[in-house]
Design a protein around this ligand. Structure first.
Ligand code: NAD
Length: 512
């Protein structure tokens, strides 16, 4: 019988009490491996109540004491890195190496959160007026909810909750229903590390659970990461309900290749950033903008054999460079874009449709027409040349192993493409020229920029977030912005009786 995944509420695993369930697949075989409960309003209520009950004591716990628990949690996460990575790979499909890397990036946020006593230090002015001192500090918000996407089932939750709980909040995580198991295991390890029951809870579900969380009067803040239409919807609804909200959305990341770029380095960068994790990354490069036909021709010539030669396989294949897509439905959607690109007139240089795993597993033979449908949601790498801005493969986020090459005549045209696109998550420029790179970092309307770095994901002690329709709200995730999001500022103006005594003053106080 298929196992059913538990929620994690009040410090322990809790069996589902509702009657709606979803399937969790093993994308590398296509088999259903578990059932995930889709929480009812009553289950969401119970989880919020657990988080609310835990808040006063946790908020009153001194930051160094919170940090000590986070340190123990950090050690446990490091010990269990491989186990968590395997869980991620088995439900998401990404290669084990890639899963290990993503869990490591999540663990780095826990490292950052261990510094919370330092991060929460306020400001103090002596003598802002005669006998009056002024100081400020930051306090936790209360119960914070996190709603996360399928593509990083461990890392994106760890962008949120380590900072939130370090700041003294309690947290309720609603991970993606497509790969929900890693979140439960991570919450279990937090409790093993000494986190009090109810401080970190995990509730599974779909839109119904998200709507219940957003509307819940006992939820004070909402962090969302997912696709742009849902991010915008969550942002509007949560703001309307009076909550603090940050909602990170989709992306279409461009990599501009200047004529002076190191082409070998650029090709390696494009391969990893476009096809790693089968393109299911919000920082994946999905558009290469070649400045000049000479660069474009050289890129296509070097990229095409590499894309054809990609080693595709399930996470049990240690040599696989690219795994399957997360579900059959998602693969159909991505293939639909490839079909549309051909119809719209782009040149499909490498066609990955129908390409299966390299090792022949699941019936595939790495050759066209084989395998992909015999089991596993595989799709080979696709490369388009001569893509134009009006085509759907350019305007839309595909979220699959599809790289579009656009030919620009000049640097200014390339920059306009970057700036005119509706998304503004990441972008990169490959060049040897410092002036051009500096101009790009200054003028690109993008949240995270790489100079000869294809996936410029900021380190945990910086903050992650995009511009334009890649982020709704004001604060980014983790780093200093994360601390600001999960706390609110209080400013104290203080005088002691020995200070100068004023008469009643009927005008606004100044420091006369
Ligand atoms: P998604 O928007 O379908 O789902 C995200 C979350 O929202 C999930 O927990 C899901 O259960 C919930 N959800 C789905 N439909 C909903 C609805 N109608 N109402 C309320 N909640 C709903 O995203 P996904 O397919 O899981 O993830 C891929 C997307 O996430 C891509 O667009 C990717 O770019 C984006 N993403 C963005 C970032 C970033 O930092 N900007 C990071 C990772 C992923």
């Amino acid at each position: 019988m298929t196992a059913t995944i538990d929620h994690f509420v009040g410090g322990k695993r809790v069996a589902a009490s509702g009657n709606r369930f979803g399937d969790v697949f093993d994308p590398s075989t296509g088999a259903v491996q578990a059932r995930v409960p889709l929480a009812s309003d009553a289950e969401v209520d119970d989880a919020v109540a657990a988080a609310r009950a835990a808040f006063p004591a946790w908020a009153a716990t001194a930051p160094p004491a919170r940090a000590r628990i986070l340190f123990r949690f950090l050690m446990l996460l490091r010990d269990r890195l491989d186990e968590i990575a395997r869980t991620v790979s088995s439900e998401h499909g990404k290669t084990l190496d890639d899963a290990r890397g993503s869990v490591t990036r999540g663990i780095e946020v826990v490292e950052f959160a261990c510094g919370i006593p330092q991060l929460l230090k306020g400001e103090h002015n002596e003598g802002v007026a005669s006998g009056i001192d002024s100081y400020s500090f930051r306090q936790p918000l209360g119960v914070c909810a996190g709603i996360t996407p399928f593509n990083f089932p461990a890392m994106v939750p760890m962008w949120m909750f380590p900072v939130a709980i370090a700041c003294g909040n309690t947290f309720l995580l609603k991970p993606s229903e497509r790969d929900p198991s890693a979140a439960v295991r991570i919450a279990e390890l937090a409790v093993e590390a000494g986190l009090p029951a109810g401080v970190l809870n995990v509730i599974h579900g779909d839109r119904e659970a998200v709507d219940a969380l957003i509307a819940h009067p006992d939820v004070d803040a909402v962090s969302f990461v997912g696709s742009t239409p849902i991010a915008e919807r969550v942002y509007r609804a949560a703001a309307q309900a009076g909550k603090r909200v940050q909602a990170l959305g989709g992306a279409k990341n461009h990599l501009v290749v200047m004529p002076d770029a190191d082409l070998d380095q650029t090709v390696e960068a494009l391969m990893g950033s476009a096809y790693g994790s089968a393109g299911e990354r919000c920082m994946a490069v999905s558009v290469a903008v070649a400045v000049g036909d000479e660069v474009a021709d050289a890129l296509v010539e070097r990229l095409a054999p590499r894309v054809r030669g990609l080693r595709i396989g399930g996470y049990r294949d240690p040599d696989a460079e690219m795994g399957p897509l997360v579900t059959g439905a998602h693969r159909s959607r991505v293939q639909g874009y490839v079909d549309a690109g051909v119809e719209e007139g782009a040149a499909l240089v490498v066609d990955g449709r129908g390409v299966g795993p390299a090792d022949g597993a699941n019936g595939g033979a790495g050759a066209k027409g084989d395998g992909a449908d015999a089991g596993g949601f595989f799709l080979g790498g696709c490369l388009f040349d001569r893509v134009r801005p009006e085509m759907s493969i350019y305007t839309d986020e595909i979220f699959g192993p599809v790289l579009s090459l656009v030919r620009a005549k000049s640097y200014e045209e390339a920059l306009s493409l970057v700036n005119d696109h509706e998304y503004g998550n990441g972008a990169a420029i490959f060049t040897r020229d410092g002036d051009t790179a500096r101009d790009f970092t200054s003028r690109a309307k993008i949240g995270m920029i790489g100079v000869n770095v294809p996936i410029p994901v900021p380190a945990a002690f910086h903050s992650f977030g995009g511009w334009k329709r890649s982020l709704f709200g004001d604060h980014y995730m983790h780093g200093p912005e994360g601390v600001r999001f999960y706390t609110r500022l209080k400013t104290i103006t203080q005088r002691w009786p020995s200070g100068v005594r004023d008469r009643a003053d009927f005008s606004i106080p100044t420091h006369r």
